[in-house]
Design a protein around this ligand. Structure first.
Ligand code: NAD
Ligand code: MG
Length: 397
């Protein structure tokens, strides 16, 4: 279960200060929509991005944060401080971000940097006891037990932004942890849901980037196409909800309306439904335990709606199996799978690997890695580098 599900009260009265890590990305931009529509409940205190400085400056002029952080030092060199709005200061580099994220002016941290790069600032936020709205699933995939223990120790709350985990969080409120039979994570199936196995080897990055129901950043879009995203989400659920891997199932649901379900021992299945729009889980993570009006799309029940469900085809999408395996093994397995996948996705997008090589490379690296059951953060980071190196030199089966 999420360690602490009670949101912090409005500490100082007035708007709650929000730090948006990865503000120029898909989740980051949706977060700013939620803040703008919050009628003064939230205000932006910090915006951080990697290299996209012009988008970041535009956001700064729109949101008027106290700080903007450019993590990439070279990109920051191009920023003219005179282009910042009055009252906004510029900081540069990952250490500056780690420091600022601890600032007492921040009540909510939205962790929306993509990939393993999101771990360190999320760690800093958790260590500072913040209420963290967690989109960066990689944090839990890599270091779930360490991060959850840190949250418990430091009094941080971690609320999921991932739509499936947000749905599970809501469904779990219907019963007790001990009475959960299983968590059912839904998956859209991605653009290749019905593609025959032989055709998958030759799909192009452009085809893999065309997601049928969600508009997301490129990395998670490729992960949806391979279903590695579901693998990462199995591991995320394993640690976030303290649920053994065998109690986490995956169900393909092409409409992306039922965001996930929880089945209890009496046979009741509780689901959360809404149109596919990340602004809703972002808002839920920011306002919990309250609910407010918001900008997310709503159902029109005057129109017919069909919901379909089918089991995943793990022969065509072997990544799902890897997710279960890594969730069951724990230890360093999640970090290695995540790093291997990030490197493989990078090579696929650059034209250096076939689509089907992504899961193959991940399986090989996961099998061959020197498994450690209770790693430290340093050991995790060392194996993250090792796994990337292995994939960089992997030449296929
Ligand atoms: P994106 O690629 O659209 O945006 C990534 C953001 O991270 C950008 O602001 C970028 O500047 C920043 N960034 C990248 N590398 C960085 C680095 N080294 N240091 C600091 N900042 C860096 O990604 P996204 O789709 O918004 O996804 C963000 C996270 O949310 C991912 O972990 C993803 O798995 C998760 N998530 C996304 C969605 C979605 O709908 N997009 C849904 C669920 C979960
Ligand atoms: Mg998801």
């Amino acid at each position: 279960m999420v360690t602490a599900t009670r949101a912090q009260p409005r500490e100082r009265g007035g708007p709650l200060g929000v730090a948006v890590l990865g503000s120029t990305g898909s989740i980051g931009r949706s977060t700013l929509d939620v803040i703008e529509a919050s009628a003064g409940r939230f205000s932006t205190w910090l915006l951080a991005a990697h290299r996209s400085t012009s988008a970041l400056l535009e956001q700064a002029r729109r949101m008027r944060p106290a700080w903007v952080v450019v993590v990439d030092e070279q990109a920051a060199a191009d920023v003219d401080p005179r282009s910042l709005p009055a009252g906004t200061r510029l900081a540069v580099g990952p250490e500056a971000l780690d420091d600022l994220v601890r600032n007492p002016a921040i009540d909510r941290v939205v962790s929306a940097i993509v990939g393993a790069a999101g771990l360190r600032s999320t760690w800093a936020a958790v260590e500072a006891g913040k209420a963290v709205a967690l989109a960066n699933k990689e944090t839990l995939v890599m270091a779930g037990p360490l991060v959850m223990a840190l949250a418990a120790r430091c009094g941080a709350t971690i609320l999921p932004v991932d739509s499936e985990h947000s749905a599970v969080h809501q469904a779990l409120c219907s019963g007790q942890h001990a009475d959960v039979k299983r968590i059912v994570l839904t998956a859209s199936g991605g653009p290749f849901r019905t593609k025959p196995r032989e055709a998958l080897a030759t799909v192009t990055p452009a085809e893999a980037l065309a997601h049928p129901t969600w508009s997301m950043g490129p990395k998670i879009t490729i992960d949806s196409a391979t279903m590695m995203n579901k693998a990462l989400e199995i591991i995320e659920a394993r640690w976030l909800f303290d649920m053994p891997a065998e109690k986490i199932a995956v169900l393909v649901h092409p409409q992306s309306i039922v965001h996930s379900m929880v089945e209890f021992v009496d046979g009741s299945v509780i689901a959360q439904l809404s149109p596919p729009d990340m602004r809703l889980p972002i808002q839920y993570a920011l306002t919990y335990p309250e609910r407010t009006e918001g900008p997310a799309r709503k159902f029109d029940f005057t129109r017919p709606m069909t919901l379909e469900f089918e089991p995943p085809d793990v022969e065509r999408f072997p990544a799902v199996r890897l997710g279960h395996e890594a969730a069951a093994r724990g230890g360093t397995a999640g970090a290695v799978l995540n790093a291997a996948n990030e490197a493989a996705v990078g090579r696929f997008l650059a034209g250096g690997l076939r689509f089907t090589d992504i899961a193959e490379a991940c399986a090989r690296v996961l099998d061959e890695h020197p498994f450690e059951a209770e790693p430290t953060l340093d050991e995790i980071l060392r194996l993250d580098s090792w796994a990337r190196q292995e994939v960089a030199t992997w030449s296929g089966c």
